[in-house]
Design a protein around this ligand. Structure first.
Ligand code: PLP
Length: 378
């Protein structure tokens, strides 16, 4: 069986994890955590980054930082993971879903303005498959209505928008280091990216259980105490050491993923010409990170048949999100504004193919052949 995903592993993680285990500090913000954060601050050119136990937690911190209150509205696509919505719902917000663009599966930036009310507090764009949303337009709207922008950049490690790393345009952004993402911190992990200096000090406090412990360790206050709401949003040093091993090999991981992605793309193009499938479009001002390879078939029936054909051929391909507005909790905590022209139909046509760092090109060829077989015998 060709699995859908295997956690990325380069061989360099082992000795770093052992080194962390033998060191004097295993809790959060140890030497490897600081090295990772420095790596991201240099790579992104951003103000501040903080490792978190997950992207979900980074988004929870963001919701606290922008002071979401019960009744506030937050605009996002419905075609996304539950973790885009839950952090805001936990603070009492109402989620406002708008439709997506069929070319990128990202929020349709032209529909955002019509969904804004006097209760709107934030826009949460999701960069699906590591392809950036139209951030120029989203930031322009946010500025006009004085809204916050929190980027769900869970899938966008090493993606670019207008030659800038994705995750640096919003007030706040979040990466995921779950094992299904391009790099992982030992299976689970995330990063809060802070691009607005108003949030730096309070982010450290919220992350340290609502205490000013970080300032205390820097010698800025002479005792540490409870000063704000907060929780425990620090991953352990073992996770940070694993992640650092991945960051040292980031170029290698990305080169491999891009090779597989391009192989799929070029291999499947004849099926696009025969109008049997469509492939994702990467707008000219975006550079994608090969987080995901997906294709779309005619409809949900063809999708079901293709998935079972691939399964019979020993290949695990999968569909993706069931739109949040049609989920039980989505109906309770949110509502769809405007017409659902694309969210439901486009999501029901989409299939993701196996793509992981350790994948053989021969397996990629096998997947392509199995897809051709399917359409040739249809
Ligand atoms: C993976 C993912 C998340 C959640 O990441 P965790 O690190 O598992 O919390 C959130 N949003 C999107 C779009 C994702 O793909």
């Amino acid at each position: 069986m060709i699995p859908f995903n295997m956690p990325p592993y380069t061989g360099e993680e082992d000795h770093l994890v052992l080194d962390a285990m033998r060191g004097p500090k295993l809790c959060g913000d140890g030497p490897y955590a600081l090295k990772c954060q420095k790596w991201f601050e240099d790579q992104l050119g951003c103000l501040k980054t903080l490792l978190t136990p997950s992207c979900t937690h980074a988004l929870e911190m963001a919701a606290i930082l922008i002071d979401i209150q019960p009744g506030d509205e937050v605009i996002m696509p419905s075609y996304t993971f539950v973790s885009t919505a839950n952090p805001f719902v936990l603070r009492g917000a109402k989620v406002v879903f708008v439709d997506i663009r069929p070319d990128t599966m990202n929020i349709d930036e032209t529909l955002i303005e019509a969904a804004i009310t006097d209760k709107t507090k934030a826009i949460v764009p999701v960069h699906y498959a590591g392809v950036s949303c139209d951030m120029d337009t989203i930031i322009r709207i946010a500025d006009k209505y004085k809204l916050f922008v929190v980027e769900d950049a869970a899938q966008a490690f090493y993606s670019y928008y207008k030659n800038e790393p994705v995750g640096t345009r919003g007030h706040l952004a979040a990466f995921s280091f779950h094992e299904t993402k391009n790099v992982t911190s030992g299976g689970e992990g995330g990063l809060l990216i802070i691009n607005d200096k108003r949030f730096v000090q309070r982010a450290e406090i919220i992350r340290e259980k609502g205490t000013n412990r970080s300032q205390f360790f820097r010698g800025m206050v002479d005792k540490y105490t409870w000063v704000d709401v907060g929780s425990s949003y620090l991953p352990s040093e073992i996770q940070a050491a694993y992640l650092y091993g991945q960051l040292l090999n980031a170029e290698k991981i990305q080169a491999k993923r891009l090779e597989i992605w391009r192989n799929y793309y070029n291999g499947l193009l004849p099926l696009v010409q025969r109008e049997l499938i469509t492939l994702s479009a990467v707008p000219g001002d975006c550079s994608q990170n090969a987080h995901m390879f997906y294709l779309k078939v005619r409809d949900i029936e063809v999708r079901t048949q293709l998935l079972s054909h691939l399964k019979a051929a020993g290949i695990l391909a999968v569909f993706h999100y069931v739109p949040l507005h049609s989920a039980i909790a989505g109906m309770q905590f949110g509502s769809f504004i405007g017409d659902d022209n694309f969210t439901t139909v486009e999501s029901s046509r989409l299939i993701r193919l196996p793509l992981y760092y350790g994948m053989d090109i021969a397996d990629c060829e096998k997947v392509i052949r199995a897809i051709f077989d399917f359409f040739d015998t249809l």
